[in-house]
Design a protein around this ligand. Structure first.
Ligand code: ZN
Length: 86
């Protein structure tokens, strides 16, 4: 997925995409690993239009990359890891 970037926010939520929701800034795989090890109710989600990923209690209402509303579906941690490349 060329051009997609890992982002994180102050709550430790992760977004992986061309863009991220408000409050997110560029991050790295170490932040993703930390989030996966302490999920605390967070789940992996994937946009069914552009394949952006979210690791959060609830996914973005509107995808920040493709602007589609209600596009996120829950996926397995394995699929999340595969798609983010770790
Ligand atoms: Zn999308």
């Amino acid at each position: 997925m060329p051009g997609k970037t890992i982002f994180a926010n102050a709550a430790g939520d992760i977004h992986f995409g061309m863009a991220a929701p408000a409050g997110f800034s560029p991050s790295d795989k170490a932040a993703v690993e930390k989030a996966l090890k302490g999920l605390k109710g967070k789940k992996p989600w994937r946009c069914n239009v552009c394949n952006d990923l979210s690791l959060s209690k609830a996914p973005p209402d509107i995808c920040p990359t493709c602007a589609t509303p209600d596009a996120y579906v829950e996926i397995s941690e394995k699929e999340f890891r595969n798609l983010i490349g770790m």
